[in-house]
Design a binder for this molecule. Structure first.
Ligand code: NAD
Length: 454
């Protein structure tokens, strides 16, 4: 078996570089080295660790264009979105680290002449395992939170984006002590070998299916886990919605990154009275989208990451067609890994596309006759990452409170403001990150209780 992992450009299907696959039998030793390095990192004050981590910002900013091009060539997203991904990593870093420092400041509670102090101590060695759709920002969010809390990190990037993963680890190696951050390359086998180790935390972003396997594997050592998993996000368009705004949002959020976003709009429930106008506007906006090589500045959506992902999407469309869906716009007939935006209507919940994550550029529309029906259908899934409701503000907020998702947007996207968690409900997640409580999940809380002076 080859010990090299090639990174394939989804536009050309050619290799753009390779990394050495990490032998699984080396991983135990990697954990030992990380554990040794973690001791002195944990002994630094949190502000000393944070000062060191803030240096990453300049390195990211200096290499922004080079890193953006690498992302686009490796997984296909438009270059303007890759630049934005790197930009957000470095411009938000200082604020993110300051927020972590504040979250991990010891908390004091008093009761009846007794004082307890809660300390947020490092856990030890943290595995960070990530997917390919945001190959910089997703590992960055988890790794920075783990390191700032005083942990060592063993990072396993997706096998689809090993060069982006390696580039990120190289930047960390420039600013951090030796052995504190390790990278291991490979696919499921390396991931399985890593989570089987006696480590202290597994921070994982990826599919629901892999999340379940990781949870099972973690039970061996009762390893702490944070799982950020897939979504099947609904959008509800109420009778009193601004249809122009709703359709523009649906266009943007169904097709961005070729639909390969965990909070993509995957299902759209539109009130029967406004459905013709909604579809007409959606089609008009979708026809403006430019499909092409992500390296072209004019491209709005690039290829899908690989043929397997494209086939998965095509098979869901085929199943929906066979079960009576109407093809409003057919973008499936494209060469290689490309797939243009596709719009389906008359979707019902007997179709796979209404229940399983699609992760492709498909907008799926279902007609609803009232709020109760919309809520029942939106909640009819095992997943619950994001959701959005468009309608008159108070009406839409009332509907939003009935949705079983972790993040719900009213007349806008589902992402919360700075300081709120990135969080899934039901099988979209277990644990979470960002926010005060999220930062503390990378720590061991220790409570020290003493008698106060009378
Ligand atoms: P995936 O689950 O196939 O792989 C993710 C990572 O897990 C990869 O690095 C992979 O090598 C590794 N892995 C695979 N099997 C493993 C195992 N048994 N043990 C340990 N590691 C293993 O996911 P993907 O296809 O790379 O990414 C797409 C998925 O990620 C979608 O479901 C998407 O919704 C989800 N995602 C979720 C979020 C979120 O914040 N909730 C963000 C982005 C993507």
């Amino acid at each position: 078996m080859s010990n090299t992992l090639n990174s394939i450009n989804p536009v050309t299907n050619q290799s753009i570089g390779s990394v050495d696959i990490t032998p699984c039998e080396h991983i135990a030793n990697t954990v030992t080295r990380a554990r040794n390095a973690q001791q002195s990192w944990a002994n630094l004050s949190i502000s000393a660790r944070i000062t060191q981590l803030k240096k990453l910002s300049n390195h990211l900013s200096e290499k922004q264009e080079q890193l953006a091009q690498l992302i686009t060539q490796e997984m296909g997203k438009p270059i303007k979105e890759s630049r934005q991904e790197i930009l957000l990593c470095h411009t938000n870093l200082t604020g993110y680290l300051d927020e972590i420092e504040q979250a991990l400041t010891p908390q004091v509670k008093n009761n009846n002449n007794t004082e307890s102090v809660m300390y947020y101590d490092p856990l030890g060695v943290c595995a960070v395992i990530t997917p390919w759709n945001f190959p910089f920002s997703l590992p960055h969010g988890l790794i920075i939170a783990a390191l700032a809390a005083g942990n060592a990190v063993i990072f396993k990037p997706s096998e689809e984006t090993p060069l982006s993963g390696q580039a990120y680890a190289d930047l960390l190696h420039q600013i951090l002590p030796p052995d504190l951050v390790h990278i291991i390359h490979g696919s499921d086998d390396q991931g399985k070998a890593l989570v089987a180790q006696p480590i202290d935390l597994i921070a994982f972003i990826g599919s629901q299916q892999t999340g379940k396997k990781i949870m099972a594997a973690a039970s061996e050592h009762l390893t702490r886990i944070i799982l950020e998993l897939g979504g099947k996000d609904p959008m509800i368009v109420l009778e009193d919605a601004n249809i122009e705004k709703a359709a523009c949002y649906a266009t943007e959020n169904s097709f961005r990154n070729a639909g390969q976003v965990c909070i993509s709009t995957e299902r759209i429930y539109v009130h029967e009275k406004v459905i013709p106008q909604f579809i007409e506007t959606l089609v008009r906006e979708t026809n403006k989208i430019q499909l092409g090589n992500g390296m072209d500045e004019a491209t709005d959506i690039g290829p899908m990451v690989n043929q397997t992902q494209k086939n998965h999407v095509l098979s869901q469309i085929e199943d929906a067609k066979n079960k009576g869906a109407t093809i409003v716009l057919d973008g499936s007939n494209q060469e290689n890994n490309f797939m243009a935006p596709t719009i389906l209507s008359n979707i019902d919940h007997d179709m796979r596309i209404a229940k399983e994550e699609t992760f492709g550029p498909v907008a799926c529309i279902t007609s609803i006759s009232d709020d109760d029906e919309a809520v029942a259908l939106a909640n009819d899934t095992t997943l619950g990452l994001g959701a959005v409701v468009f309608g008159q503000d108070d009406h839409a907020k009332t509907v939003a409170r009935h949705l079983t998702a972790g993040m719900i947007g009213v007349n806008q996207g589902c992402r919360g403001v700075k300081g709120t968690p990135w969080i899934g409900a039901k099988q979209s997640g277990y644990g979470y990150y960002h926010s005060t409580e999220g930062h503390r999940q990378f720590t061991q809380i220790r409570v020290i209780t003493t008698r106060s002076v009378a």
